[in-house]
Design a protein around this ligand. Structure first.
Ligand code: TXA
Ligand code: MG
Length: 331
């Protein structure tokens, strides 16, 4: 009898430890939570981010813990404006030109970190570079401006899983243990392009909706692609963005029992099929990518077969995410 009561008390204590937040929270509430060292999910034009004060070790630790993210994988610092960004990173003329062309927007720059940057070392995982971005989304901008300080924000999903492009995806993953600001569906649908700028050398670390071609046009010089096995952006691990189902690429039609993610004329039929863009529009396909992968995963199919996606423009980013979703999970 005594043991049962003790067991019961222990269980209630554990349950009450899990603070649940109302959904959604306002921008002002979000700013207050952030100010107090809590994490908050906020919309950006790419995907929802799990934000925490970049200068606060505890807030940054909470980000890693909430996501189950390995600590060696550094985070992106989100800033309201160039003044804020230049307190964190060193911009040479080339980096400035790229920033002026594409910010605010879905582009992240990896730059030398300033020695006096007020950023937790956990954010950069001990690197002497820092990834930095000025988001364009009005809610993200509003939060950053009101807060007046940079936030670290990885995508608001459990590590290795599909990125969230709707507030409901964040709720599904963390069950209201994280306050969420709702901004509707994200416009771009894939994470920001990541470029490293080292002197005059620009290297694409992660493709996104700002394409290498666009950067090349803006700077009038070539953009290198990351080569070799060195993991420069540790989040670019081979298996990432994974649904529960396995993924079969370049499929013209589903095999029996497979779900099908179509594109253009390759449609498929029935509840276990989606079309990323019946009219073959790559921007529309990017916007739908993670939501449709989730929906097809929800059918319980063991495999999602995916139609070929043209490897051009933002299609390069879509294929990058699909290839990682299809990668051998044991490697
Ligand atoms: O669109 C986005 O970038 C979203 C939204 C929320 O802003 N964020 C996002 O963060 O995708 P995350 O943590 O999922 O991806 C950040 C990537 C990781 O692959 C990480 O390894 C890389 O950026 N990264 C961060 N700091 C870096 C650094 N100093 N050098 C190289 N890669 C870095
Ligand atoms: Mg991510």
């Amino acid at each position: 009898m005594f043991l049962d009561a003790a067991h019961f008390n222990c269980q209630t204590a554990q349950m009450s430890d899990r603070h649940l937040y109302p959904f959604p929270v306002s921008v002002n509430e979000a700013v207050e939570y952030l100010h107090n060292g809590n994490v908050v999910a906020m919309p950006t034009e790419t995907v929802y981010g799990l934000a925490g004060l970049a200068c606060n070790d505890d807030a940054v630790l909470k980000i890693f813990e909430t996501k189950g993210r390995p600590r060696f994988n550094p985070l992106i610092v989100h800033c309201a404006d160039m003044d804020m960004a230049q307190k964190v990173a060193q911009f040479n003329p080339l980096a400035l030109k790229i920033a002026e062309t594409f910010w605010p927007g879905p582009l992240t720059l990896v730059l030398p970190k300033k020695t006096d940057a007020n950023i937790s070392d956990l954010v950069t995982a001990g690197l002497d570079t820092v990834a930095i971005r000025l988001p364009e989304h009005s809610i993200a901008r509003n939060i950053l401006q009101t807060l007046g300080q940079p936030v670290a924000a990885p995508s608001a999903n459990p590590s290795g899983k599909l990125s969230p492009t709707m507030s409901q995806h964040v709720i599904d993953a963390f069950e209201q243990t994280v306050p969420v600001v709702d901004g509707g569906p994200c416009e771009a649908g894939v994470e920001s392009t990541i470029l490293a700028v080292e002197g005059e050398q620009v290297t694409l670390l992660r493709p996104g909706s700002v394409t290498a071609e666009m950067v090349k046009c803006a700077i009038g010089a070539s953009v290198a692609y990351q080569t070799g096995s060195k993991v420069v952006a540790p989040g670019m691990l081979k298996s990432h963005y994974a649904p529960n189902a396995s993924v079969r690429l370049n499929a013209r039609e589903p095999n029996i029992g497979e779900a099908f993610l179509g594109f253009g004329e390759l449609q498929g039929e029935g509840d276990t099929c989606r079309n990323l863009s019946p009219k073959g529009d790559l921007a529309e396909a990017a916007k739908n990518l993670f939501q449709y992968l989730r929906e097809l995963d929800g059918t319980g199919a063991a495999t999602i077969a995916v139609a070929p996606i043209p490897n051009e423009g933002i299609g390069i980013a879509i294929n990058d995410r699909l290839t990682r979703a299809a990668a051998d999970r044991t490697s």
